[in-house]
Design a protein. Structure first.
Length: 94
């Protein structure tokens, strides 16, 4: 699938790698297994930013404003806007 070109969202969703990841995630049944998986597959920086993005999404779903979130999490408005675009995209609903 990957021949040096940029991987698009469509490419990702249609890949066997993505399916394998989803199936693995669905099989995680405990906090400890989830924590172990995250630590084994992600760098600390990746885990931090994914955690930050999911926190932003949760706060947006609760109805917090961009400015409230920016102040609370010490993130830029553009970071929140990127997460917000994902929230509006049905594929990313949590």
């Amino acid at each position: 699938m990957h021949s040096g070109k940029r991987i698009t969202t469509k490419d990702l969703f249609e890949s066997d790698y993505f399916d394998g990841l989803v199936l693995y995630l669905v099989d995680i049944t405990t906090y400890e297994k989830a924590e172990e998986f995250i630590k084994s597959i992600l760098t600390p920086k990746e885990a931090y930013f994914i955690g930050q993005r999911t926190t932003i999404l949760a706060l947006l779903e609760e109805g917090h404003t961009y400015r409230e979130i920016a102040k609370l999490l010490k993130v830029s408005l553009s970071t929140i806007a990127r997460a917000s675009r994902q929230l509006l995209d049905e594929r990313y609903q949590i």
